[in-house]
Design a protein around this ligand. Structure first.
Ligand code: ADP
Length: 304
């Protein structure tokens, strides 16, 4: 099957420079959006996708019962594969009453359906490569649009932006308040990805790895992360992600360092980056993260 060169065309400076004019145009062409599932239209391009994102990222009122209702957090989680972005983003999402939007989940959902470009994109994902910016922006816009129709406000993004182009596009359409950069010792990252298990029925995430890294000195103390084992009801239904093999995780880490680390710098320069080194498993890390975010005194945080 031939893949349109437009889908895989890298973003050029001209494309980025003209994006703002596309945003303005997109406001007056709202009828072009569809509420159906994300499209794998081979003709999709970056300008089109960015214009969709602009329309879908504006806030609407929330019906969330969270004590933080109305604050409309626009937060981003950055961090290497296996660091725990999904775990902490989803806990914060419950606490703050804003949706947790993981682009990796959007991609996996999309690839589980049979679309025109599914197999080519699956090939990229299963080899640890990024999917094209225009595809991911289109998926994200559709997800934001659907949330807006349900009255969602704000979000915690996990896995987006992952390239400087994506960060520039996001900056053009919305104001991100905070970017949390999660860090974990490199020895633990691979083990965490290899130990990850998902219940094929309820979608819950577990980890069978028991990480115990000996400490060398004060700068590098012992790190213990116990496994997060499934309850009996999920035990027989566990699956692993196709991209959680040793070879592919190493490639994802390489791609992260090459493509996503510059995004850290992008937000550092803008004074939006909060660096957070995970000291161990959830029991140790969660209270410290809340403290770092000035959320520690809230009674709700204990039950999140
Ligand atoms: P990870 O555990 O490596 O952080 P994710 O679950 O976030 O993985 O994403 C899985 C895969 O989905 C990525 O390896 C990539 O192929 C694709 N993907 C997710 N988000 C993006 C993005 N923002 N840009 C490009 N590709 C993405």
């Amino acid at each position: 099957m031939a893949v349109s060169h437009r889908l895989f065309r890298p973003a050029t400076a001209t494309v980025k420079n003209t994006i703002s004019s596309f945003f303005i145009r997109s406001i007056s062409s709202s009828s072009s959006s569809s509420s159906s599932g994300p499209s794998l239209d081979p003709k999709i391009d970056l300008e089109e996708a960015a214009a969709q994102l602009e329309k879908s990222s504006s806030s609407s009122s929330s019906s969330s019962p969270s004590p933080y209702k109305g604050r409309n957090f626009h937060w981003v989680f950055l961090g290497c594969p296996g660091v725990g972005k999904g775990t902490y983003a989803s806990r914060l999402s419950s606490l703050l009453g804003v949706p947790h939007i993981a682009t990796g989940d959007l991609v996996r959902d999309e690839l589980s359906s049979s679309g025109l470009l599914s197999s080519q994109l699956k090939e990229l994902v299963n080899h640890g490569k990024l999917v094209p910016d225009e595809f991911i922006i289109s998926l994200l816009s559709k997800r934001l649009e659907a949330g807006k129709e349900k009255g969602e406000a704000g979000y915690i993004l996990d896995g987006f932006p992952r390239t400087v182009t994506q960060a520039e596009i996001l900056e053009g359409v919305t104001n991100i308040d905070l970017v949390i950069n999660l860090k974990l010792r490199e020895e633990a990252l691979l083990a965490k990805c290899l130990g990850r298990r998902i219940c094929s029925e309820c979608g819950a995430n577990y980890n069978v790895a028991c990480i115990d890294i000996k400490g060398d000195n004060d700068d590098s103390p012992r790190m213990y992360m116990p496994p997060l084992l499934p309850p009996p009801s999920c035990e027989s239904k566990l699956i692993s992600r196709a991209d959680d093999t040793e070879e592919v995780v190493k490639e994802r880490l390489r791609i992260y360092n090459k493509m996503t680390q510059p995004v850290e710098e992008f937000y550092r320069k803008r004074g939006k980056l909060l660096e957070f080194e995970l000291p161990g498993g959830i029991p140790e890390s969660w209270p410290r993260l809340l403290r770092a975010l000035n959320l520690e005194n809230d009674k709700q945080s204990a039950i999140a």
